[in-house]
Design a protein around this ligand. Structure first.
Ligand SMILES: NC(=O)c1ccc[n+]([C@@H]2O[C@H](COP(=O)([O-])OP(=O)(O)OC[C@H]3O[C@@H](n4cnc5c(N)ncnc54)[C@H](OP(=O)(O)O)[C@@H]3O)[C@@H](O)[C@H]2O)c1
Length: 284
Protein backbone atom coordinates (compact mmCIF):
# COMPACT_ATOMS: atom_id res chain seq x y z
CA UNK A 1 0.00 0.00 0.00
CA UNK A 2 1.30 3.45 -0.93
CA UNK A 3 0.10 6.66 0.74
CA UNK A 4 -0.26 9.59 -1.68
CA UNK A 5 -0.59 13.16 -0.38
CA UNK A 6 -1.64 16.00 -2.71
CA UNK A 7 -3.39 13.48 -4.96
CA UNK A 8 -5.82 16.00 -6.44
CA UNK A 9 -2.96 18.27 -7.53
CA UNK A 10 -0.88 18.34 -10.71
CA UNK A 11 1.72 15.74 -9.74
CA UNK A 12 -0.53 13.70 -7.43
CA UNK A 13 -3.09 13.16 -10.21
CA UNK A 14 -0.37 11.76 -12.47
CA UNK A 15 0.90 9.46 -9.71
CA UNK A 16 -2.60 8.15 -9.02
CA UNK A 17 -3.08 7.45 -12.73
CA UNK A 18 0.23 5.56 -12.95
CA UNK A 19 -0.51 3.49 -9.85
CA UNK A 20 -4.06 2.72 -11.01
CA UNK A 21 -2.83 1.67 -14.46
CA UNK A 22 -0.30 -0.67 -12.87
CA UNK A 23 -2.88 -2.01 -10.37
CA UNK A 24 -0.74 -1.07 -7.38
CA UNK A 25 -2.91 -0.48 -4.29
CA UNK A 26 -2.72 3.06 -2.94
CA UNK A 27 -4.40 5.35 -0.42
CA UNK A 28 -5.19 8.99 -1.07
CA UNK A 29 -5.20 11.47 1.80
CA UNK A 30 -7.51 14.41 1.23
CA UNK A 31 -9.02 17.33 3.13
CA UNK A 32 -12.31 16.58 1.40
CA UNK A 33 -12.37 12.78 1.03
CA UNK A 34 -16.09 12.74 0.18
CA UNK A 35 -15.42 14.61 -3.06
CA UNK A 36 -13.24 11.77 -4.37
CA UNK A 37 -14.69 8.55 -5.76
CA UNK A 38 -12.79 5.54 -4.45
CA UNK A 39 -12.00 3.08 -7.24
CA UNK A 40 -10.36 -0.32 -7.53
CA UNK A 41 -6.97 -0.46 -5.82
CA UNK A 42 -7.61 2.94 -4.24
CA UNK A 43 -8.71 4.03 -0.75
CA UNK A 44 -9.51 7.58 0.33
CA UNK A 45 -8.96 8.81 3.90
CA UNK A 46 -9.31 12.20 5.62
CA UNK A 47 -5.93 13.90 5.79
CA UNK A 48 -4.75 17.41 6.54
CA UNK A 49 -1.13 18.55 6.95
CA UNK A 50 -2.43 21.13 9.44
CA UNK A 51 -4.09 18.47 11.64
CA UNK A 52 -1.61 15.94 13.05
CA UNK A 53 -4.43 13.76 14.38
CA UNK A 54 -5.06 12.64 10.77
CA UNK A 55 -1.50 11.37 10.22
CA UNK A 56 -1.44 7.94 11.83
CA UNK A 57 -4.55 6.50 10.18
CA UNK A 58 -3.40 7.92 6.84
CA UNK A 59 -0.10 6.04 6.77
CA UNK A 60 -0.95 2.94 8.81
CA UNK A 61 -0.24 -0.24 6.85
CA UNK A 62 1.64 1.62 4.09
CA UNK A 63 5.20 0.78 3.05
CA UNK A 64 5.80 3.86 0.89
CA UNK A 65 4.63 7.47 0.87
CA UNK A 66 4.49 10.27 -1.69
CA UNK A 67 5.07 13.58 0.09
CA UNK A 68 4.09 16.92 -1.43
CA UNK A 69 4.32 20.36 0.16
CA UNK A 70 1.08 22.13 -0.82
CA UNK A 71 1.84 25.71 -1.93
CA UNK A 72 -0.20 27.14 0.97
CA UNK A 73 1.68 25.17 3.64
CA UNK A 74 4.59 27.40 4.68
CA UNK A 75 5.76 25.94 7.98
CA UNK A 76 7.07 22.55 6.93
CA UNK A 77 8.86 21.95 10.24
CA UNK A 78 5.48 21.77 12.00
CA UNK A 79 3.58 19.87 9.30
CA UNK A 80 5.53 17.73 6.82
CA UNK A 81 8.37 16.82 9.19
CA UNK A 82 6.07 15.42 11.91
CA UNK A 83 4.27 13.41 9.21
CA UNK A 84 7.62 11.92 8.17
CA UNK A 85 8.24 10.88 11.79
CA UNK A 86 4.79 9.30 12.14
CA UNK A 87 5.17 7.51 8.80
CA UNK A 88 8.52 6.04 9.75
CA UNK A 89 7.21 4.94 13.15
CA UNK A 90 4.30 3.20 11.38
CA UNK A 91 6.61 1.19 9.11
CA UNK A 92 6.75 3.34 5.96
CA UNK A 93 10.06 2.29 4.44
CA UNK A 94 10.39 4.74 1.55
CA UNK A 95 9.34 8.37 1.07
CA UNK A 96 9.45 10.23 -2.24
CA UNK A 97 9.42 14.00 -1.67
CA UNK A 98 8.79 16.67 -4.29
CA UNK A 99 11.13 19.53 -3.58
CA UNK A 100 12.15 22.28 -5.99
CA UNK A 101 15.29 22.89 -8.07
CA UNK A 102 17.86 24.78 -6.01
CA UNK A 103 16.29 23.94 -2.63
CA UNK A 104 19.38 22.14 -1.36
CA UNK A 105 21.29 25.33 -0.61
CA UNK A 106 18.40 27.73 -0.06
CA UNK A 107 17.08 27.64 3.55
CA UNK A 108 14.41 30.22 2.66
CA UNK A 109 12.32 27.80 0.59
CA UNK A 110 9.99 25.64 2.73
CA UNK A 111 11.24 22.45 1.02
CA UNK A 112 14.73 22.93 2.49
CA UNK A 113 13.72 21.90 6.05
CA UNK A 114 12.02 18.77 4.70
CA UNK A 115 15.08 17.80 2.66
CA UNK A 116 17.25 18.24 5.75
CA UNK A 117 14.92 16.18 7.93
CA UNK A 118 14.50 13.35 5.42
CA UNK A 119 18.18 13.06 4.63
CA UNK A 120 19.19 12.60 8.27
CA UNK A 121 18.36 8.95 7.60
CA UNK A 122 20.88 7.04 5.50
CA UNK A 123 18.13 5.45 3.39
CA UNK A 124 14.37 5.31 2.94
CA UNK A 125 13.98 8.49 0.88
CA UNK A 126 14.31 9.96 -2.59
CA UNK A 127 14.13 13.70 -3.24
CA UNK A 128 12.92 15.00 -6.61
CA UNK A 129 13.83 18.61 -7.41
CA UNK A 130 11.86 19.66 -10.47
CA UNK A 131 12.29 22.93 -12.34
CA UNK A 132 9.50 25.22 -13.58
CA UNK A 133 6.19 23.45 -14.36
CA UNK A 134 4.58 23.61 -17.83
CA UNK A 135 1.34 23.38 -15.84
CA UNK A 136 1.85 26.99 -14.67
CA UNK A 137 0.37 27.96 -18.04
CA UNK A 138 -2.86 26.26 -17.06
CA UNK A 139 -2.78 27.50 -13.43
CA UNK A 140 -1.16 30.84 -12.64
CA UNK A 141 -1.08 32.21 -16.23
CA UNK A 142 -4.43 30.87 -17.42
CA UNK A 143 -6.63 33.88 -16.68
CA UNK A 144 -4.30 36.27 -18.55
CA UNK A 145 -4.16 33.95 -21.56
CA UNK A 146 -7.92 33.35 -21.74
CA UNK A 147 -9.10 36.89 -20.95
CA UNK A 148 -6.35 39.07 -22.39
CA UNK A 149 -4.60 36.81 -24.95
CA UNK A 150 -1.29 37.51 -23.29
CA UNK A 151 1.40 36.07 -21.07
CA UNK A 152 2.17 38.93 -18.68
CA UNK A 153 5.23 38.30 -16.51
CA UNK A 154 8.27 40.19 -15.19
CA UNK A 155 10.58 37.50 -16.62
CA UNK A 156 12.12 39.60 -19.41
CA UNK A 157 13.99 37.49 -21.96
CA UNK A 158 14.71 34.73 -19.44
CA UNK A 159 14.46 31.17 -20.73
CA UNK A 160 12.77 28.30 -18.91
CA UNK A 161 13.32 24.53 -19.25
CA UNK A 162 9.65 23.70 -18.55
CA UNK A 163 8.91 20.27 -17.07
CA UNK A 164 5.55 18.52 -17.42
CA UNK A 165 4.16 17.35 -14.06
CA UNK A 166 2.92 14.17 -15.79
CA UNK A 167 6.59 13.21 -16.23
CA UNK A 168 7.30 13.99 -12.57
CA UNK A 169 4.32 11.82 -11.55
CA UNK A 170 5.53 8.95 -13.72
CA UNK A 171 9.02 9.08 -12.19
CA UNK A 172 7.63 9.32 -8.66
CA UNK A 173 5.31 6.32 -9.20
CA UNK A 174 8.20 4.24 -10.59
CA UNK A 175 10.32 5.00 -7.53
CA UNK A 176 7.47 4.39 -5.06
CA UNK A 177 6.92 0.94 -6.61
CA UNK A 178 10.61 0.02 -6.90
CA UNK A 179 12.79 2.25 -4.70
CA UNK A 180 15.93 0.09 -4.45
CA UNK A 181 18.01 1.89 -7.08
CA UNK A 182 16.94 5.30 -5.76
CA UNK A 183 17.79 5.02 -2.07
CA UNK A 184 19.07 8.32 -0.62
CA UNK A 185 19.22 9.93 -4.07
CA UNK A 186 18.38 13.53 -4.98
CA UNK A 187 17.46 14.20 -8.59
CA UNK A 188 17.17 17.59 -10.28
CA UNK A 189 14.79 17.30 -13.23
CA UNK A 190 13.92 19.71 -16.06
CA UNK A 191 12.42 19.57 -19.52
CA UNK A 192 14.61 19.02 -22.59
CA UNK A 193 14.80 22.59 -23.93
CA UNK A 194 14.82 26.10 -22.51
CA UNK A 195 12.27 28.44 -24.09
CA UNK A 196 11.80 32.20 -23.84
CA UNK A 197 8.29 33.50 -23.12
CA UNK A 198 8.20 34.84 -26.70
CA UNK A 199 8.61 31.25 -27.86
CA UNK A 200 5.99 30.07 -25.34
CA UNK A 201 3.52 32.65 -26.67
CA UNK A 202 4.28 31.60 -30.24
CA UNK A 203 3.58 27.89 -29.46
CA UNK A 204 0.37 28.89 -27.65
CA UNK A 205 -0.74 31.01 -30.64
CA UNK A 206 0.02 28.13 -33.02
CA UNK A 207 -1.88 25.56 -31.04
CA UNK A 208 -4.84 27.76 -30.04
CA UNK A 209 -5.27 29.29 -33.51
CA UNK A 210 -5.36 32.89 -32.23
CA UNK A 211 -2.69 35.48 -31.43
CA UNK A 212 -1.39 35.22 -27.87
CA UNK A 213 1.42 37.65 -27.07
CA UNK A 214 4.19 37.73 -24.54
CA UNK A 215 3.95 41.13 -22.92
CA UNK A 216 6.92 41.66 -20.58
CA UNK A 217 5.79 43.26 -17.31
CA UNK A 218 7.71 45.67 -15.11
CA UNK A 219 7.82 44.63 -11.45
CA UNK A 220 5.34 47.36 -10.31
CA UNK A 221 2.89 46.69 -13.16
CA UNK A 222 2.98 42.93 -12.43
CA UNK A 223 2.35 43.46 -8.70
CA UNK A 224 -0.46 45.90 -9.46
CA UNK A 225 -1.96 43.43 -11.94
CA UNK A 226 -2.00 40.63 -9.33
CA UNK A 227 -3.38 43.01 -6.70
CA UNK A 228 -6.28 43.83 -9.02
CA UNK A 229 -6.84 40.08 -9.30
CA UNK A 230 -7.17 40.11 -5.47
CA UNK A 231 -4.21 37.79 -4.96
CA UNK A 232 -2.91 37.69 -1.36
CA UNK A 233 0.22 39.81 -0.81
CA UNK A 234 2.38 36.87 0.24
CA UNK A 235 1.59 35.04 -2.99
CA UNK A 236 2.25 38.19 -5.06
CA UNK A 237 5.67 38.47 -3.42
CA UNK A 238 6.53 34.82 -4.11
CA UNK A 239 5.39 34.96 -7.75
CA UNK A 240 7.28 38.20 -8.35
CA UNK A 241 10.54 36.89 -6.87
CA UNK A 242 10.18 33.65 -8.84
CA UNK A 243 9.60 35.36 -12.18
CA UNK A 244 12.21 38.07 -11.74
CA UNK A 245 14.64 35.23 -11.04
CA UNK A 246 13.89 33.88 -14.52
CA UNK A 247 15.43 37.04 -16.00
CA UNK A 248 18.73 35.93 -14.54
CA UNK A 249 18.54 32.40 -15.94
CA UNK A 250 17.35 30.72 -12.76
CA UNK A 251 15.35 28.08 -14.65
CA UNK A 252 17.18 27.90 -17.98
CA UNK A 253 19.63 25.07 -17.32
CA UNK A 254 18.63 21.83 -19.02
CA UNK A 255 19.34 18.68 -17.03
CA UNK A 256 19.28 15.25 -18.70
CA UNK A 257 18.30 13.28 -15.59
CA UNK A 258 14.58 13.17 -16.41
CA UNK A 259 14.69 11.03 -19.59
CA UNK A 260 17.11 8.67 -17.85
CA UNK A 261 14.65 8.17 -14.99
CA UNK A 262 11.69 7.87 -17.36
CA UNK A 263 13.42 5.48 -19.73
CA UNK A 264 12.08 7.57 -22.63
CA UNK A 265 12.13 11.19 -23.76
CA UNK A 266 10.27 13.75 -21.69
CA UNK A 267 7.16 15.66 -22.79
CA UNK A 268 7.75 19.01 -24.48
CA UNK A 269 5.89 22.25 -23.74
CA UNK A 270 4.08 21.82 -27.07
CA UNK A 271 2.94 18.32 -25.94
CA UNK A 272 1.54 19.87 -22.77
CA UNK A 273 -0.30 22.63 -24.65
CA UNK A 274 -1.68 20.24 -27.29
CA UNK A 275 -3.04 17.91 -24.60
CA UNK A 276 -4.67 20.74 -22.61
CA UNK A 277 -6.07 23.08 -25.30
CA UNK A 278 -9.45 23.20 -23.51
CA UNK A 279 -7.82 25.23 -20.70
CA UNK A 280 -7.27 28.31 -22.85
CA UNK A 281 -10.44 28.31 -24.96
CA UNK A 282 -12.30 31.63 -24.99
CA UNK A 283 -15.63 29.97 -24.17
CA UNK A 284 -14.71 29.15 -20.53
N1 LIG B 1 4.86 25.44 -10.00
C1 LIG B 1 6.13 25.17 -10.27
O1 LIG B 1 6.66 25.60 -11.29
C2 LIG B 1 6.93 24.32 -9.31
C3 LIG B 1 8.24 23.97 -9.65
C4 LIG B 1 8.97 23.14 -8.78
C5 LIG B 1 8.38 22.67 -7.59
N2 LIG B 1 7.10 23.04 -7.29
C6 LIG B 1 6.52 22.52 -6.04
O2 LIG B 1 5.51 21.57 -6.36
C7 LIG B 1 4.54 21.58 -5.29
C8 LIG B 1 3.15 21.77 -5.90
O3 LIG B 1 2.81 20.60 -6.63
P1 LIG B 1 1.44 20.50 -7.46
O4 LIG B 1 1.44 21.58 -8.50
O5 LIG B 1 1.24 19.10 -7.86
O6 LIG B 1 0.39 20.91 -6.32
P2 LIG B 1 -1.06 21.50 -6.52
O7 LIG B 1 -1.58 21.15 -7.89
O8 LIG B 1 -1.05 22.92 -6.08
O9 LIG B 1 -1.90 20.64 -5.47
C9 LIG B 1 -1.73 20.78 -4.09
C10 LIG B 1 -2.32 19.53 -3.43
O10 LIG B 1 -2.16 19.61 -2.01
C11 LIG B 1 -3.42 19.36 -1.37
N3 LIG B 1 -3.47 20.16 -0.15
C12 LIG B 1 -3.49 21.51 -0.05
N4 LIG B 1 -3.50 21.87 1.26
C13 LIG B 1 -3.50 20.72 1.98
C14 LIG B 1 -3.50 20.44 3.38
N5 LIG B 1 -3.53 21.41 4.31
N6 LIG B 1 -3.49 19.15 3.78
C15 LIG B 1 -3.50 18.14 2.87
N7 LIG B 1 -3.49 18.33 1.53
C16 LIG B 1 -3.49 19.63 1.09
C17 LIG B 1 -4.46 19.75 -2.39
O11 LIG B 1 -5.62 19.03 -2.19
P3 LIG B 1 -7.03 19.74 -1.99
O12 LIG B 1 -6.91 21.21 -2.31
O13 LIG B 1 -7.92 19.00 -2.93
O14 LIG B 1 -7.34 19.50 -0.55
C18 LIG B 1 -3.79 19.33 -3.70
O15 LIG B 1 -4.02 17.95 -3.94
C19 LIG B 1 4.92 22.70 -4.33
O16 LIG B 1 5.63 22.17 -3.24
C20 LIG B 1 5.80 23.58 -5.21
O17 LIG B 1 6.69 24.36 -4.45
C21 LIG B 1 6.36 23.84 -8.12
Amino acid sequence: MIFVSGASGNIGTAIAESLRARQVPFRIGSRSPNSINAQDNMEVVPFNFLDATTFQSAVQGCNAMFLLRPPAVANTKKTLNPLIDVARSQGVRHIVFISVAGAGDNPIVPHYAVEQHLSQASEGWTILRPGFFAQNLGDAYREDIVQDDRVFLPAGTGRVAFIDTRDIGEVAANILIEPTAHQAQTYTMTGAEALSFNEVASILSDEMGRAIAHQPASIPSYCFHLLRRKMPLEQIMILTILHVGLRFGQAETVDDTLPNLLGHSSRSLRDYIQDHRHLWLKTQ
